[in-house]
Ligand binder design. Structure first.
Ligand code: SME
Length: 137
């Protein structure tokens, strides 16, 4: 069993845990930089399948976080012009970058079916989690 496979299993477990524990987390997944390209590639996730398996840097909430290096909390996706819709049920989104050796290598992305659901505690939890996750990458 390759280490890569093992890592993907762990990330999948993280997605499942978040999905189970927090009722307003309705799609939870990881995106990672796709090799040398300035684009994100979908990693492990829990939720409805998405068309956005590749996202160029700068595009959508995810692509913006890939270049801003900052957590992006979107209380209402309808207010965002640079947004890639995965599901008409999605009302809000939070994207938190993952850093390895100071480089922005990916992110966790959470969609919610509830408007403005994310608390400061959610943001802090996810930022802590991304820091933990980066240790196994
Ligand atoms: N909404 C994201 C695209 C990814 S899906 O939410 C899974 C965005 O605007 O970047």
């Amino acid at each position: 069993e390759s280490p890569k496979h093992n890592t993907e299993e762990k990330l999948e477990k993280v997605c499942h845990l978040l999905d189970q524990e927090i009722s307003y987390f309705n799609w939870t997944g990881f995106y990672f930089k796709n090799g040398d390209k300035d684009e994100l590639k979908l990693g492990p996730y829990v939720g409805a399948p998405t068309d956005h398996t590749i996202i160029p840097y700068g595009k959508g909430i995810c692509g913006q976080v890939a270049v801003s290096n900052e957590t992006f909390v979107v209380p209402d996706v309808n207010e965002e012009s640079n947004y890639l819709s995965c599901s008409i049920d999605t009302k809000a989104e939070i994207v938190v970058p993952i850093f390895k050796d100071g480089k922005n290598i990916g992110q966790i992305d959470i969609d919610s079916h509830t408007i403005d659901p994310f608390t400061e505690e959610d943001k802090e939890l996810l930022e802590w989690l991304c820091n933990e996750v980066s240790k196994i990458l």
